[in-house]
Each structure stands twice: as structure tokens, then as C-alpha cells.
Design a protein around this ligand. Sequence first.
Ligand code: TRP
Ligand code: SF4
Length: 332
Amino acid sequence: MVQNTKKIILTGDRPTGPLHLGHYVGSLKNRVDFQDKYDSYFIIADYQVLTDQLSKTESIEKNIREIVLDYLSVGIDSKKSTIFIQSQIPEIAELTFLLSMLITVARAERNPTVKDEIRASGTKKASLGFISYPVSQAADILCVRADAVPVGKDQLPHIEITREIASTFNRLFGKVFPIPEAIMGQTPTLPGLDGQKMSKSRGNAIFLSDDKKTVGEKVMKAITDPKKIRIDDPGRPEICNIYQYYQAFFPDKAKEVKTLCEAGKIGCVACKKDLAKMLNEFLDPIREKRNNFAKQPNLIKEILEQGRIKTQKRAAETLALVKDAMKIDYRL
Ligand code: TRP
Ligand code: SF4
């Protein structure tokens, strides 16, 4: 058996589109810091995309590529961390099936994130696969027997279900799984440029892969304090989206901006121009790394293949432990 001295973490993303600045402050930045401390697994959860976007499967492959480039360009290092594609580990699907016996339908339906997502999608006919995707996510986590899962608040209900399933398994069959802890980020959620939740579909996000000009245009369109019209009107940074970006990325500069804004000594246009410039300076080295990685023809393939091999070894080991504990490892 593989001996691990470091604790194991697993987290990841659904390949539904490129990652944005909200992902960076809420999650990617932490992952970069975590990769020395933990044995880190990052899952690209492609099967989870099928649960609600069955008609967009043709874009998954491109999105996987973009996400790997996003990871690498912010400093996730494939020599330290394991990046893998969910569907390339069939053990996860098998484990999902076994774990689905350990949770009632009523419990699965009582998941607030799933409920919100069903409501937001407007569908009255959520598929069984959709309702049960948190069980599949539990299998993502438990297949590597992770100790902890760094996630945002919306994912906590899934971690709770994972913990319950792991405890139930251990109680019924003997201890196979650690009970994974959620690691919550310290940063408040970064809003979209319009103040709504940042998301691809709302068009209010700045992507890590956006070029300079696009970043500038997006920032200039952002909603600020609506009552600050002239330069000398005192503004309210606490309700301004631009200010939130300063706070998240440039906390020292944010203090200065707050003073100037409240005193009516800076106008929103100048304030936005400064922010766009600083964000572009922040993004420049990320863009440069991205271009370099994108030029290497087989790099992504190789990284994902390495990730598949390492994860599959661990997942196969887990499944063997599970089947042995459940007494379904027949020798017939
Ligand atoms: N549901 C997560 C999201 O949408 C992605 C995900 C899939 C995940 N499997 C995971 C996150 C396992 C943490 C652990 O962001
Ligand atoms: Fe926001 Fe800056 Fe305008 Fe103040 S000056 S309201 S912080 S954009």
C-alpha cells in the first residue's frame, strides 16, 4: 500500500468554461499554497457537467483544456499536484453505485445546493443523475480517501453528505474512509462586475484568459456607487464593485481608494482605469505562462495521463478495500 505522510486533499471544477477572477481569489490561490503542504488532487469533473448540461457535451473537451491551462498559468504545478479527469477513473463510477446504497432518496433531495440549482434552472423534471450528483461527488472525494476538501460555501452540503456516507460505510463495514473535513476559504466571495454572482452566463466575469483590452472594457462597464456622479461627490466604497476588486487583489491600494473616494477626490472613471491597469499587471505574468504552456503540444495530454495513472492506482486500492470490507470481493 502507498504510504502517505502528507494529508490528502481533493477539490476541483466542472469544465463548463474558463475560470475567472472569482475562482482565483476564492479557490485557485489557496490551491497553489496548499500544494506543498498536502498531497493534492484536482479533479476536472466532466461527468458532473452531464447532470445539467446534456446538450452541451461538444464543448467539454475544449473546456478541459482551458481549465488545465488556467491551473498551470496560476501556478498549480503538475509535479507537485495531481490533475485528473473524472471520467477517466471508472472506479469513481463504480464507487458512486456502491455509495448510493448508503443514502436515502429523501436525504439526497434535502440538499439545499441541489434545490437551489433545480430552482435556478427552472426545470420541473430534474434527472435522477442530477439529484444524485452529490453522491458522485462523494465518490470523487472518497476514491482517494481524502482527508480534506477545500471548497466554497455552496459546496458544503455536498461535503456533509460525503461525511455522512463515509461514516455510514465505516459503521456498517469497518473503517475504510477518513471523514473528510471541509476547508473553507477566508476570502469573501468576489461579486461580478454588475454586483450579481459572478458567472459566465451573466457576462459579468473577468476570465484569467481575457486579454488586456477585454479586461479594460469590462472594468469600465462595471457598476459603482450610483450616487457618485461627479468627481467631487463623496462615494460609498462599501457598495461599489470596483472597490471589492481592490480589496480582493490590492488591499493596500484599497485603503487609499477608500479615503479618496469618500472625500470626493477621485472620480469613478479614473478609479476604474487604475484598477484595469493593476489587474492587467497582475494578469500579465499569468497570460505569459499560459501562452508558453499552450505552445507545448503534448503537455496537457501528458499531465492528464500522469494524473490518471496516479489517481487510478489510489482509486483501485480504495475499491479493493471497499469490496473486501463489504464481502463482495468474491474469489469465484
Ligand atoms: N461541484 C464542484 C463545483 O461545481 C466541482 C466538484 C466535483 C468538486 N467533484 C468535486 C469539488 C469534489 C470538490 C470535491 O465547483
Ligand atoms: Fe467605486 Fe472608485 Fe467610484 Fe469610489 S471612486 S465609487 S471606489 S469606482
